[in-house]
Design a protein around this ligand. Structure first.
Ligand code: UDP
Length: 328
């Protein structure tokens, strides 16, 4: 199938684009390169530089590519902390951009849609691990913006007969040898710890050691981007058969921040100093996914269930690309 991948020059979008092409799909990438990198886009993808805020650009794209059969929507502002400081960038821009995309897709007759959603929908979970029946309590304007888009899709299904899947990722991490994580600024734990291993930072700050967890640091469910990409492909291929779906995506195992740092020490063989810093606003103590539904319904099986293997894949990318895409 020919697919439109928005944000296909970003971290998860670029790796999903590569996996789609390996699975035999054709991909058109739309990206404004605000956060993404031209060098991350698979050479066999058609690249369109453009912005979802620009409705004429979207109309032109669908006119130029009349045979697009589905959309994977990654393009988005994604930082929880930033969304607490600049809520409208998320509550307005993420929503308007998605609405523009849905409008143009409807006009073009495209009705299959996979949304990159988030565990930030579950700020106050009643059960752990968190399954799809958990009540939705967005933890930030970022999470709320993704929830809005999930609701848009609900109405497009009812009104226009769309089929959609919302994939709520827990902690995306890991890399391919030639496509990897390169954010500026970097805020995520594993790349920051590996920057310490590379000597680019003096120490990793551990945000809080007084949480009610086994060592006092936050517990998260780390899931490899290749496995997230695989889930997108399975969800796409099942849309016509199963109808619209919402899935939580993680390995079902929680690791503390200190356990992640230990894994990075084991994999890199480097000491990696850490310092304890104050809690980061908005961090829940524990987030672990139940991915039983997608395993059962789509046969999803992570290729990287093991934290050390995830870290090793990230270490390979960061060691070989210490300046990210800027280093060529
Ligand atoms: N974290 C940390 N130091 C850092 C960055 C992150 O201690 O420099 C912690 C953060 O508080 C959270 C976990 O690492 O408990 C994962 O954070 P990340 O930003 O990677 O992902 P998030 O959980 O926010 O999606």
């Amino acid at each position: 199938m020919k697919l439109l991948v928005t944000g296909g020059a970003g971290y998860i979008g670029s790796i999903t684009t590569a996996e789609l092409i390996h699975a035999g799909h054709e991909v058109v990438v739309l990206d404004n390169l605000y956060q993404g990198h031209r060098g991350a886009v698979h050479p066999r993808a058609t690249f369109v530089e453009g912005d979802l805020a620009d409705r004429s650009c979207l109309a032109q794209l669908f006119a130029d590519q009349p045979d697009i059969g589905g959309i994977m929507h990654f393009a988005s502002y994604t930082l929880v902390g930033e969304s607490m400081a600049q809520p409208l960038k998320y509550l307005r821009d993420n929503l308007v951009n998605a609405a523009n995309l849905l409008e143009a897709a409807t006009a073009a007759g495209v009705r299959r849609f996979i949304l990159s959603s988030t565990a930030n929908l579950f700020d106050d979970p009643e059960r752990m691990p968190i399954d799809e029946d958990e009540r939705i309590v967005p933890g930030s304007p970022y999470g709320e913006s993704k929830f809005f888009i999930e609701r848009l899709l609900h109405w497009f299904e009812r009104i226009h007969g769309w089929r959609f899947a919302c994939l709520r990722y827990f902690n995306a991490c890991g890399d391919l040898p030639d496509i990897g994580e390169d954010h500026d600024p970097e805020t995520h734990l594993i790349p920051l710890v590996l920057q310490v291993a590379l000597g680019q930072r003096e120490a990793i700050a551990v945000f809080g050691d007084d949480y009610p967890t086994r060592d006092g640091t936050c517990v998260r469910d780390y899931v490899h981007v290749v496995d997230l990409a695989g889930a997108h492909i399975l969800a796409l291929e099942a849309l016509d058969r199963l109808g619209s779906r919402r899935y939580n995506l993680g390995n079902g195992q929680g690791y503390t921040v200190m356990e992640v740092i230990q894994a990075c020490r084991r994999v890199t063989g480097r000491p990696i100093p850490h310092v304890v810093a104050p809690r980061r606003a908005g961090d829940p103590a524990t987030l672990i996914a139940s991915s039983d539904a997608i395993r059962r319904e789509l046969g999803w099986q992570p290729r990287f269930p093991d934290l050390d293997a995830i870290v090793a894949s990230a270490w390979e990318w960061h060691r070989e690309h210490p300046r990210g895409y800027a280093g060529g």
